[in-house]
Design a protein around this ligand. Structure first.
Ligand code: GSH
Length: 233
C-alpha cells in the first residue's frame, strides 16, 4: 500500500497541509489507495530518506518521493491511467498554477489564518512554528495576521483570473479536473480544515467551484474534519 506522510495537528483527524491535499486528490484521481502517516513538525526527522524535511513524502514499495510536484510527476509516470497531465502543455500550465498559488495566494492565506494555524499546532510545535514563521515574515505572527479581513479582500481579488476562467468552464483542467485543480484544492482545504474563517459569498463562481471539488471522489475533501469544531485528541 502507498504510504503518504502528512502534516499532523493537535487534532488527530485534522489535516490542513495544502501540499498534502494536492497529493490525496492526485491519488484518488488515479483510483489508488493509500495509508496516511501524520507527523508533526517536531517529528519530521522520522521521514524516510530522501526528504527535504517537509511533507508530503510518498513511499511506494522501495521508492521514496518528496515534494508535491515531483510526486505528481512520479504518479503519472508510474500509473499512467487517469493522467494528471494529459500533455506537456497541460503540465506546463499546471506549473504556472503551482507558482501562482505559492507566490500570490499562499501568503494571503497565511495573513488570514495564521493565528488559527498556530492554534492547531501541538504544544511541542508551538515555539518552532512561531519562530520559523516570524523569521520568514520579519514581524510577529500577531502583526502578520492583524487584519484578516483586508487579506480576505486581497485574496478574493487575486482569484479574479480563476473566477473569470470558471465562468466559461467547470475546472481549470477544462471539462474535467486535472492536477491544476488539485493544487486549488490544497488552497481551499488549507483554509477550510485549518481555520474557522468563512471566505466566500455563495454566489461567487469560485465558491461553486470549491463545492464541485469537495464533492469529487465521494466527498474526499468535504468529509475531512475541520478546525475548530474538531475534538482535541
Ligand atoms: N515544496 C514542497 C513544500 C512542502 C511544505 O512546505 N510542506 C510543509 C507543510 S504544509 C512542511 O512540511 N513544512 C515543514 C517546516 O516548515 O518545517 C512541496 O510542494 O511538497
Amino acid at each position: 500500500m502507498i504510504q503518504l506522510f502528512d502534516l499532523a495537528t493537535k487534532y488527530s483527524e485534522v489535516r490542513f497541509s495544502p501540499f498534502c491535499w494536492r497529493i490525496k486528490y492526485a491519488l484518488a484521481h488515479k483510483g489508488l489507495k493509500w495509508d496516511e502517516s501524520p507527523l508533526s513538525f517536531a517529528e519530521m526527522k522520522q521521514l524516510p530518506l530522501p526528504n527535504d524535511g517537509k511533507v508530503p513524502v510518498l513511499v511506494d514499495g522501495d521508492e521514496v518521493v518528496f515534494d508535491s510536484w515531483e510526486i505528481a510527476l512520479f504518479l503519472d509516470n508510474k500509473y499512467p491511467q487517469h493522467v494528471l497531465f494529459d500533455s506537456d502543455e497541460s503540465r506546463s500550465q499546471s506549473l504556472f498554477v503551482k507558482c501562482w498559488t505559492e507566490t500570490v495566494l499562499h501568503s494571503l492565506i497565511s495573513r488570514m489564518g495564521i493565528l488559527d494555524f498556530l492554534g492547531l499546532q501541538k504544544d511541542v510545535d508551538q515555539t518552532y512554528f512561531r519562530e520559523s514563521r516570524e523569521k520568514r515574515f520579519g514581524i510577529t505572527l500577531e502583526e502578520w495576521g492583524s487584519n484578516p479581513e483586508a487579506a480576505r479582500m486581497d485574496f478574493l481579488k487575486a482569484l479574479e483570473p480563476l473566477r473569470q476562467t470558471l465562468s466559461d468552464q467547470k475546472f481549470v483542467g477544462g471539462k474535467s479536473p486535472n492536477f491544476s485543480d488539485y493544487i486549488m484544492v490544497g488552497v481551499f482545504q488549507w483554509l477550510r480544515c485549518g481555520s474557522g474563517l468563512t471566505i466566500f459569498d455563495e454566489t461567487d463562481h469560485v465558491y461553486a467551484y470549491q463545492e464541485r471539488l469537495l464533492d469529487l471522489f465521494d466527498g474526499l475533501g468535504r468529509s475531512a474534519p475541520v478546525y475548530p469544531t474538531a475534538t482535541r485528541s
